[in-house]
Ligand binder design. Sequence first.
Ligand code: SF4
Length: 228
Amino acid sequence: MSDAWERRATSLQIADLVAMSTDDWPGHVVATAYLQGCPWRCTYCHGGPMLDPTAPGVVPWSHVTDLLRRRRGLLDGLVLSGGEPTRQPGVVAAAREVKDAGLLVALHTAGAYPGRLPELLPHVDRVVLDVKAPAYLYRAITRTGAGVTTADKAFASLRLVLDSGVDLQVRTTVDPAVLTDDDVTELTAVLADLGVRDHVVQDARPGPVVDPYRDVLARVPRAHLHRG
Ligand code: SF4
């Protein structure tokens, strides 16, 4: 595959398309495209088959643009989620195309590819960024890379989004088998120092395809599972 082909929106491997959602961007009615593939393997991930970066997508980009055209006036915009949507070079052209059509674009990302953000963020109205843990605990959740490499990527992405001025919500899904309440408090303070003004903390929940993790959660004292 050529570099030029990969940078087209039509190259996107899309695992799923939700035609209408009022939850994915509170206050807006949006469609959500789930892009195939993620480099990380988080303990609590519900992505399942969507994580495989070698699996082909099942929704052509033309289905997304047809939907946005048909529902013009009903949909405010498109959420690009995943998997990890910044993994695929075509996401930049996709976001630009939606913006150029006069619609809003949101990006739900874990920040695994900070190098993609400088060209992507100008075409994005809102970012929801997962920040999973203080840096030294990141690998225990992402189960990928060495040392703090996944944390370095996530925090580099956070810096880029903060510097861009794009509307940002940071979300932390608490894996109670890794994070104590003190760890969450520390992370919240670190994020506030960096300039994060909207930080949502939520509990990890076992998904249907991660039975070993369901067992892990069952062994964690319930006192740790207190977030809504
Ligand atoms: S970064 Fe997100 S999509 Fe990727 S493994 Fe972690 S929770 Fe799943």
